[in-house]
Design a protein. Structure first.
Ligand SMILES: Cc1ncc(COP(=O)(O)O)c(C=O)c1O
Length: 408
């Protein structure tokens, strides 16, 4: 038997089934007309952001990293909840523009921005988080060609990392940002051109659950931002402090203590150095905002035995849930939170492997899980599916195609 990850709070049971937004899994699948299906909950999105705002200092703006879940209805809903957005491509720019989001509150990070992406972003008035000297110079030249004033920040590659983070994006040789020792010189090159100077973006990691690690990183970010602003010789207009707030995916993971993070940040904000006195601060979060608000529903199409083990074969799999299958940056595969949605209230009484429909042994949703006995036609729910699901999985693999998505 292998443990499953912890099911996030906030889900209901109706008639013994998992219910989201007041509807059972069966009704949601029937209304969608087909499975597999991602279901995102407005109520859970609202609750998460309300809880975060209550914990964080008022001065801190909250930005949403669109890459976590760019589904347009989710984005439209988030527009009423957060203060800004971070995008990672020209494609995501088009999505935020279609949602009518104010470009003044959008920043664009990511290495390898093409000229046409820089052009579209500058024309729209989006802030570029420049990832290199070369990119900054291309942006300035494009601004001049367009007769537009680029809004420019520099993504700094800090010499520290976010301890315990699932993905490290700072601390050593990285393709992200400008090394901290070179950042002030680049700012001094950008500012006199008349570009709108938007300050630093310091993003050092992702998926951290240890509040102390985040507190320590935020202190380092503030110190570095002040030091670089001193080197530039100007007060800092904006500081994007990064994010890295994680969610519990696996057995033994515990939720991030955001009250502790917020209290420590409030203390820092009360004692800022002169160069940061007027600075606007934001964090950018993806999975923390949307991850736990989404569920992936997939139907069991076969039940079989092999060498004494039970296999529940579903119509979904890694083509929609690469991360849950253990193939998205995981070293040792562990089970995500998962349940038999149509028997949510039932006690577990057998050990089963839940697999996808692809002809690869990599396509596993749960290994040796303790579950209520399920039959063909039952629905399986994979939790923590609100971020890096639908668009972070190879949906065209083996001709399977996209999953349905719905916001309830
Ligand atoms: C620049 C940047 N911002 C935000 C994020 C979102 O991270 P998460 O979803 O873990 O909050 C990432 C993740 O890769 C990132 O690279």
């Amino acid at each position: 038997m292998k443990p499953l990850g912890p099911i996030p709070p906030g889900f209901d049971t109706i008639d013994g089934e998992l219910a989201i937004g007041g509807k059972t899994a069966s009704v949601l699948a029937e209304e969608a007309g087909d499975t597999p299906l991602f279901v995102y909950s407005r109520t859970l999105l609202d609750a998460r952001i309300a809880e975060l705002r209550a914990a964080m200092p008022e001065r801190l703006s909250i930005h949403y990293a669109v890459k976590a879940n760019p589904y347009p209805p989710v984005l439209a809903h988030m527009a009423g909840l957060v203060d800004g957005f971070d995008i990672a491509s020209g494609g995501e720019l088009a999505i935020v523009q279609a949602a009518g989001i104010d470009p003044a509150e959008v920043s664009f990070a990511g290495p390898g921005k093409r000229d046409r992406e820089l052009e579209a972003a500058i024309a729209a008035g989006v802030t570029l988080n420049c990832e290199s000297e070369g990119e900054a110079r291309r942006a300035l030249a494009i601004g001049e060609k367009l007769g537009a004033t680029p809004r420019m920040a520099i993504r700094v590659n800090p010499s520290f990392e976010l301890r315990g983070s699932g993905m490290k994006m700072g601390g050593g040789a990285k393709q992200f940002g400008v090394d901290q020792d070179l950042a002030a010189a680049l700012a001094r090159e950008i500012i006199p051109t008349g570009a709108e100077w938007r300050g630093w973006h310091i993003f050092s990691g992702s998926q951290a659950l240890d509040a102390e690690a985040i507190v320590e990183t935020q202190a380092n970010v503030l110190a570095l931002a002040a030091q670089l602003a001193d080197e530039v010789g100007e007060p800092l207009p904006k500081l994007n402090m990064g994010g890295g707030f994680g969610i519990p995916y696996f057995n033994g993971d515990t939720p991030l203590a955001i009250d502790r993070v917020g209290a420590a940040l409030a203390e820092r904000f009360a004692d800022l150095p002169e160069t940061l006195a007027e600075t606007r601060f934001c964090i950018e979060l993806g999975r923390y905002l949307v991850g736990e608000a989404g569920v992936y529903l997939t139907r069991i199409v076969d039940r079989k035995e092999s060498h004494g083990q039970t296999f529940l074969v579903t119509d979904g799999g890694l083509h929609h849930q690469l991360a849950a299958s253990g193939n998205f940056g995981t070293v040792v595969r562990r089970n995500y939170p998962l349940a038999i949605a149509t028997r949510f209230a039932a006690e577990p009484d057998e050990e089963a492997n839940v697999v996808g429909c692809l002809c690869t042994p990599l396509d596993r949703l749960a290994d040796q899980a303790h579950l209520p006995r399920a039959e063909v036609g039952d629905l399986v729910a994979v939790f923590c599916a609100g971020a890096y699901g639908a668009t972070a999985s190879p949906m065209e693999f083996l001709g399977q195609g996209a999953a349905q998505q719905v916001l309830v």
